[in-house]
Write a protein that binds this ligand. Structure first.
Ligand code: G3P
Ligand code: MG
Length: 264
């Protein structure tokens, strides 16, 4: 199965259904699945003791109220944190998941965009690429993942180590502003180009499609943003609200209607 190349545009739940559930938690992934998203985007970082955990920020302050950076905390310390209560008391008890737990929990018909975050972590030569690949292989998820990062040396190394894994270059709004998708793809051997919606142009989409690259754009939460993305020919809509975007695409007639459930 290849969940990356299915019906377009794909709806990618940004940190799960993060508009209505605490980001990057199993609750957020479950809700996105129930709302009909095709793929989950999640962020990963490496702990002090070299476990890969799902967390966006460098520190745990915003999502747990605790102190410290992910790379200064052990998995055990991270497991003791509550990553749901900050969002709403009814999510109390949600943890920061490991990448393994996330891959186990996300339904197998869905894709997973693993966005690797290395910013702020001054440790080098951690074998982060190798560890990530091994987890993907162990969980038999090679066909359904896309490994993306703003750290372009990371994705180049993943592709070098394991060419079967699909990779995506995240275009940095400042650093990569003028770099065409095809230029990045030639250099990094990527399969996808992902860009902030503010910087996506018709020329970039045409350039990417000429090279057979999947184009993703983030974060698309409103009807106007969706219409612009669709008119540009974006292949993957990265949104905090899959529950809005899936029905909106259906209303636009560019997604199959919801299959009828028995008794519906
Ligand atoms: O995958 C696109 C998007 O997630 C990149 O930005 O900061 O939300 O991880 P950020
Ligand atoms: Mg991200």
């Amino acid at each position: 199965m290849n969940v990356i190349k299915q019906e377009y545009p794909l709806v990618v739940a940004h940190r799960g259904a993060s508009g209505i559930t605490p980001e990057n938690t199993l609750a957020a992934f479950k809700r996105a699945a129930a709302q009909g998203a095709d793929m989950i985007e999640l962020d990963v970082r490496m702990t002090k003791d070299f476990h890969v955990v799902v967390h966006h920020d460098q520190t745990i302050r915003r999502t747990t109220g605790g102190r410290g950076a992910i790379w200064d905390l052990t998995l055990q310390q991270i497991r003791n944190l509550d990553a749901g209560r900050w969002f709403h008391s009814r999510f109390s008890g949600q943890q920061i998941p490991t990448l393994r737990q996330a891959l186990e929990a996300i339904p197998s018909h869905m894709g997973v965009n693993i966005e690797v975050k290395t910013d702020g972590d001054s440790r080098k030569k951690l074998a982060f690429e190798e560890v990530t690949i091994l987890i993907i292989m162990e969980k038999r998820c090679v066909d359904r993942v896309l490994v993306s990062s703003f750290d372009h040396s990371f994705i180049a190394r993943v592709k070098k180590l394991f060419p079967e894994i699909r990779t995506g270059s995240l275009s940095h709004p400042i650093r990569d502003r003028r770099r065409k998708p095809s230029t990045l793809a030639r250099k990094l051997k990527t399969d996808a180009f992902i860009c902030d919606r503010a910087f996506l142009t018709a020329d970039f989409v045409a350039d990417a499609h000429a090279r057979n690259l999947l184009v993703g754009s983030y974060v698309i939460n409103t009807k106007a943003e969706l219409e612009t993305a669709v008119s540009l020919g974006v292949d993957a809509i990265v949104t905090d609200f899959p529950g809005r975007i899936v029905p909106a695409l259906r209303r636009m007639g560019i997604r199959n209607p919801k299959p009828k459930q028995s008794g519906e």
